[in-house]
Ligand binder design. Structure first.
Ligand code: GLC
Length: 453
């Protein structure tokens, strides 16, 4: 990606130094995938490993014939979603859903307040949709954080991720906390299952495509799940004669910093995050972080007087002000004067004035950060395929999340990186499918399976 056009020599050299830091070579991709396999094995072997490899208690495959009316909740992305799902069989379903904004205050306040808020949302959903009656409703609770499950409806929060940091939750069973709020407010709902969003996505896609291999989230956060043969899971003391979905919690991969290529911009982000030294893999891939990495790189160029004539703005100086969505807009900006990019910089971020060269530089930095994210994101898929001995076999990866859905060329760049790791032939057998909003449906299916048992 050589700097083009109107750059001065000094600009070209400085921009190249920054973008070079984001290059991930084929050799590095292969090394990351190999390390990933080792870390998966550690997680399956014992408790407390970096990649937690959490058994989800969801065993057996979907047939698509599951039927019935179930509620689902989805907490952990940008919004809280309350859904009512009617499973019709034949792989068909209908869904009614409502989104609610979770305020920044609730995300870091007492857990009791968050649970009461969720209960209020469920209450108003039931009132509006006229679904509250005498019968207890069964609910699948998608709670997209690392929880150590002890049963399909029991899970203790290990730690918070993605900007949540409520007090009084870590080490507690989050289903009991929410069930308490339901009880206090006389809401006749039973939490039948607690579900990670990756597991919900896998099950939702499998409702129509029973041979789905993995469920992946590439949105605000980043994580994946897949089917494991429990006979191979040393730490598992239950029935070994079954397959079960494993929530990998792979965003935590490489917190030892063995293989991920971390730049000074990543380090700055980490230091200023609320979960320092954690979730390194997630912090290089997920939508919550890419804008901030880009902002850090831009400010480096401002400080070198390469960009914006050495002048930042109050907005650009503010942590997290550069949203990942801006990067998407900038990457697809094909106007001759990069006017969409200019609009974001000048009207949204209040940079006093920008030249065409400035806008080109910003675009190149976005491309470098976005390309690195997509390339790194392919490594865990390669890792799962190697571990399960599926390299060269058909493999359907169901993916949900705004990054995968909307970020320009994300899928293409991931595919390219996967072929560099596994070879073109093996890559051609892997299908990335968009599984939009799957976790609501998935949680309902899992609630059904749980309440049947
Ligand atoms: C974070 C959470 C994980 C979730 C992912 C995607 O990595 O720890 O549980 O699946 O985000 O939402």
């Amino acid at each position: 990606m050589a700097p083009t056009g109107n750059f001065t020599e000094a600009q070209a050299a400085a921009v190249k130094t920054v973008t070079d830091r984001f290059i991930v070579t084929t050799e590095r991709l292969q090394k990351i995938a190999e390390q990933f396999v080792l870390e998966m094995e550690k997680g399956l072997d014992h408790q407390g490993a970096t990649v937690a490899m959490i058994p989800s208690f969801v065993s057996g495959r979907c047939t698509g014939e599951e039927k019935g009316n179930f509620m689902a909740l989805d907490l952990g992305g940008t919004n809280l979603r309350v859904c009512q799902v009617n499973l019709l069989g034949g792989g068909e379903h209908t869904i009614r859903q409502q989104k609610y904004v979770v305020s920044e205050e609730l995300k870091v306040g007492p857990m009791r307040n968050l649970c009461d808020f969720i209960a209020d949302c469920v209450d108003s959903f039931l009132t509006e949709n006229g679904t509250g009656g005498n019968e207890t409703l069964q609910l699948g609770y998608t709670f997209s954080f690392p929880i150590l499950q002890t049963a399909i409806n029991r899970g203790v929060l290990k730690q918070w991720t993605k900007g949540f940091n409520c007090s009084g939750a870590v080490g507690k069973d989050v289903t009991i906390l929410l069930q308490d709020s339901f009880r206090r407010k006389n809401i006749n709902v039973n939490i039948a299952a607690i579900v990670n969003d990756t597991v919900g996505t896998l099950m939702a896609y499998a409702y129509k495509h029973p041979n789905t291999t993995m469920g992946v989230i590439m949105g605000t956060g980043f994580n994946a799940s897949y089917y494991e043969d429990m006979g191979k899971v040393k730490k598992w003391t239950g029935d070994k004669n079954q397959e079960m979905v494993i929530n990998m919690e792979c965003g935590a991969f490489d917190c030892e910093r063995r293989v991920l290529p971390m730049t000074i911009y990543d380090n700055k982000l980490d230091r200023e995050s609320i979960n320092v030294y954690q979730q390194y893999y997630e912090k290089t891939v997920a939508g919550m972080y890419l804008g901030e990495i880009t902002r850090n790189a831009l400010l480096d160029l401002v400080d070198q007087q390469i960009l914006f004539d050495g002048h930042s703005s109050r907005e650009l100086n503010r942590n997290w002000s550069f949203e990942t969505a801006y990067m998407s807009t900038i990457e697809v900006d094909e106007t001759s004067d990069l006017s969409d990019t200019g609009h974001i910089l000048e009207s949204v971020l209040n940079v006093a004035s920008t030249t065409l060269a400035d806008r080109q530089i910003v675009k190149e930095i976005c491309q470098a950060v976005g390309l690195r994210a997509a390339r790194l994101a392919s490594c865990h898929i390669a890792g799962v395929m190697k571990h399960t001995g599926k390299v060269g076999e058909e493999c359907i990866v169901a993916i949900d999340g705004s990054l995968f859905e909307f970020y320009p060329n994300f899928e293409k760049n991931m595919g390219q990186a996967l072929s560099e790791i596994l070879g073109e032939q093996a890559r051609s057998k892997v299908k990335f499918d968009l599984a939009r909003d799957g976790s609501g449906l998935g949680a309902a299916i899992i609630a059904m399976i749980a309440s049947k048992n």
